[in-house]
Design a protein around this ligand. Structure first.
Ligand code: ZN
Ligand code: ZN
Length: 732
């Protein structure tokens, strides 16, 4: 070969996307002999280090050949599927995030990409002959154990033959056994759709058949499965799961993290004979690696997980279920701001699979999608087994005030006595962790604030700590006031669950009372144990936050009391009423789920509020239409579109300068409104000063191009961050 021809040859180049928040895809040259098909995981140089990435396509050719660097290595992992790469691009474009930041979510187990672990396994060698060879008894037992069976690892083989592991090794050395390498794989049990056929009511059966038909179409469709708590939605979508499994496809079930309970897993096991693969924050890195690989290789039939499971590398995804689809925990609010429910619909479309959104209190977004004909709807009207919904009544705190410094009103106390006398259980619901939301100094009247945030520190009396619920800052309980220096003069203001537990103990000293919160139950096992104690009747009064509101069924729980129903309404944001209604409706649905009728008492200062009225009338649909009418009139989601911009930094002057630059370029298009800049309600968070803009457009105007054009020329000093949240849920 002549030297010139080498110089003039156009190098083969590829674009490699790196799982880094700053990166777009970069061009790399490809050394001879490397297979760099799109989707391959590769190691490439970046500055002075090496990093993992994914081949995203052919090179752009924009980088001069002399500056190109070589791909170092192609990893042995299965390539990332085309549909998943398109999904990463889609999510990045929709949320205006760097594609690399989204890719990072799709590479949540980097060690799964490395060569899998192998082990030596043994089988009889030809030298072992036909059994005529003279052998010791131990050696004969080893050959016997291998007869007609699969090759085995030394430990397993020795155990089975009842010999020491050294016998196996010496036999291999003597040429009696042949060793070869085998990949070590964790095996996942296969859910069996025929394990335990369901007993369905006629309504459930009809809904299940409709879903099965969608699965069999093997095409994109979205269906809202709507039914009151206890109507048996889970049993219905389990039939769709069984149909997808029968067709040889994989299923993803998304659940809010806190609803991913042992109870749900048990129901699945009853139906399918084994538990599904779970994907959540509690997995060890080994579990993550094995699960990730098995999903990519199609060895896992059903994955149940929190929102991050949406980015797993399914080989043959044939159905997605989003249970509790209205739940706001599907919305991620830092890093890449996305709603897993909405993105799940996109992923289903990209893989041409059906998606089922299940809820007793569907989001207004989904309700409108049904009305507009974009989603199909299936309604489960009655409670499974003919049970009645709990009767819900409001307790007007203006007329039935609790004693001073207490939170349980006389009607609630009376109902508690009755319930306990009947040998039944109680749930007291208060969505406030800790002892009291504010601790005040009696001497100067100041509250104890977080040094990092504009928020009060919350006293957690059992842990003997003051905690910031926004940044996690903790400090020991103070003896002297930071403002005036007076010692030991603090007073707790308002109730938290710990304080409520103290009060319940005073009224019912002989009863077994437990807290059900993320602070008292630190992990999944503790939560499971508490649920089991509740089921076994070992708890009389359960006091819980929203963690107790979801996914649990306690047959002997007949009274639910909501201590402060007005709590969620005070925030005044767009979804305050919707969220409060959904939460309280779910909580009330905990009562009387089996043979016993239940009741829910809702303590409120505003029984005339539409949310309370709708709850008491048990008229969800009236609430939904009133709320939709209000949103429509105001052009708010789901009728309009919102995006929020949060500008933050440690130096308020630098933050305000950036805000001024953004404000100068506000888009002047018809139908677009921009509010702000305004100081965010959380004006200080983790030491950063925060300002907000809110962009509002009609439903037919996509916000992404508007934001692109608007923000393209804004320069940011290093310390200032600009976060874009399309379809925001939080306005803090
Ligand atoms: Zn003071
Ligand atoms: Zn804080």
């Amino acid at each position: 070969m002549r030297p010139e021809s080498v110089e003039n040859a156009v190098p083969r180049t590829v674009r490699v996307l790196l799982p880094l928040p700053l990166a777009d895809a970069y061009d790399y040259s490809v050394p001879e002999g490397l297979d760099v098909a799109p989707g391959r995981f590769v190691v490439v140089p970046l500055g002075r280090r090496e990093t993992l990435g994914v081949v995203w396509g052919g090179g752009t050719g924009e980088v001069p050949a002399a500056k190109l660097r070589d791909v170092i290595e192609v990893l042995p992992a299965l390539p990332m599927a085309d549909a998943l790469r398109r999904f990463v691009d889609w999510v990045a474009a929709y949320t205006l995030s760097p594609p690399g930041a989204v890719l990072r979510m799709a590479m949540s187990s980097p060690s799964a990409l490395e060569a899998p672990r192998t082990e030596l396994v043994y089988r009889p060698a030809v030298a072992a002959g036909d059994g005529t060879l003279k052998l010791t008894a131990a050696r004969r037992r080893v050959l016997e154990a291998l007869k007609d069976g699969p090759a085995m690892a030394a430990g397993e083989l020795a155990h089975l033959a009842g010999v020491g592991a050294s016998v196996v090794k010496t036999m291999a050395a003597a040429g009696l056994l042949e060793a070869h390498e085998r990949i070590v794989r964790r095996s996942f049990p296969k859910p069996d759709g025929a394990h335990h056929g369901p007993t369905l009511s006629p309504e459930q059966k009809a809904a299940a058949e409709a879903l099965i038909a969608k699965v069999e179409e093997n095409a994109f469709s979205a269906t809202l499965l709507d039914g009151v708590p206890g109507a048996g939605k889970t049993e219905v979508y389990f039939e769709a799961v069984a149909a997808a499994l029968a067709a040889g496809r994989q299923v993803l079930v998304l659940l809010p993290e806190i609803a991913l309970t042992a109870q749900w897993l048990r129901r699945f096991e009853d139906r399918f004979g084994c538990t599904p693969a779970a994907w959540h924050s509690g997995l060890t890195s080994l579990e993550r690696r094995e699960t990730w690989r098995a999903i990519a290789e199609g060895r896992v039939g059903v994955v149940v997980g929190a929102r991050s499971a949406l980015f797993l590398p399914f080989a043959e995804l044939g159905l997605i279920v989003v249970d509790e689809e209205h739940d706001t925990s599907f919305k991620q609010e830092d890093g890449v701001c996305y709603n897993a429910r909405d993105m799940a619909v996109v992923r289903a479309r990209l893989v041409s699979a059906p998606i089922v959104l299940a809820s007793a209190t569907p989001s207004l977004e989904s309700v409108l999608n049904v009305t507009a004909g974009r989603y199909a709807a299936l309604h489960l009207p009655a409670r499974h087994g003919g049970n009645q919904l709990a009767t819900i009544s409001a307790v007007d705190l203006r007329r039935h005030a609790p004693e001073r410094g207490r939170w349980l009103s006389p009607p609630v106390l009376a109902a508690m006595k009755q319930t306990l006398a009947a040998g039944e259980q109680i749930l007291l619901f208060l969505n406030r962790r800790g002892y009291a939301p504010i601790t005040l100094c009696r001497s100067c009247g100041k509250g104890i604030e977080c040094p990092q945030c504009s928020a009060w520190l919350v006293e957690h009396r059992f842990r003997r700590q003051l905690v910031c619920h926004h940044c996690g800052h903790t400090e020991p309980p103070t003896l002297a006031c930071k403002s005036c220096g007076v010692a030991d003069h603090f007073v707790a203001c308002g109730p938290g669950v710990e304080r409520l537990a103290e009060e319940a103990h005073e009224f019912f000293p002989d009863r077994r009372i437990e807290l059900f919160t993320s602070d008292s139950l630190m992990n999944r096992d503790e939560a499971t144990a508490a649920v089991e104690r509740m089921e076994a009747g070992e708890i009389d009064i359960l006091i819980g936050t929203q963690m107790a509101a979801k996914g649990h069924h306690f047959p002997n729980l007949t009274l639910v009391a909501v201590i402060d129903a007005d709590l969620g309404l005070n925030g005044g944001d767009l979804r305050a009423a919707e969220r409060t209604f959904q939460l309280l409706y779910q909580v009330a649905g905990r009562a009387g789920r089996h043979e016993r009728p239940g009741r829910a008492l809702i303590q409120t200062h505003a029984p005339e509020h539409p949310v309370m009225q709708a709850l008491v009338a048990n008229d969800r649909d009236r609430f939904v239409s009133a709320e939709l009418a209000g949103r429509s009139g105001a052009g708010m989601p789901p009728y309009g579109r919102l995006a929020s911009l949060i500008v933050s930094g440690p130096d308020p002057v630098a933050v305000d300068n950036v805000c001024a630059a953004i404000a100068r370029r506000v888009p002047q298009q018809q139908g677009i409104t921009v509010l702000g800049p305004s100081v965010a309600p959380m004006s200080l968070l983790r030491g950063r000063h925060r300002r907000r803009f809110l962009l509002k457009t009609g439903r037919d105007t996509a916000v992404q191009p508007v934001l692109h054009a608007w923000l393209a020329q804004i320069g940011l000093p290093g310390s200032v961050r600009l976060q874009i949240d399309v379809d925001p849920y939080s306005f803090l």
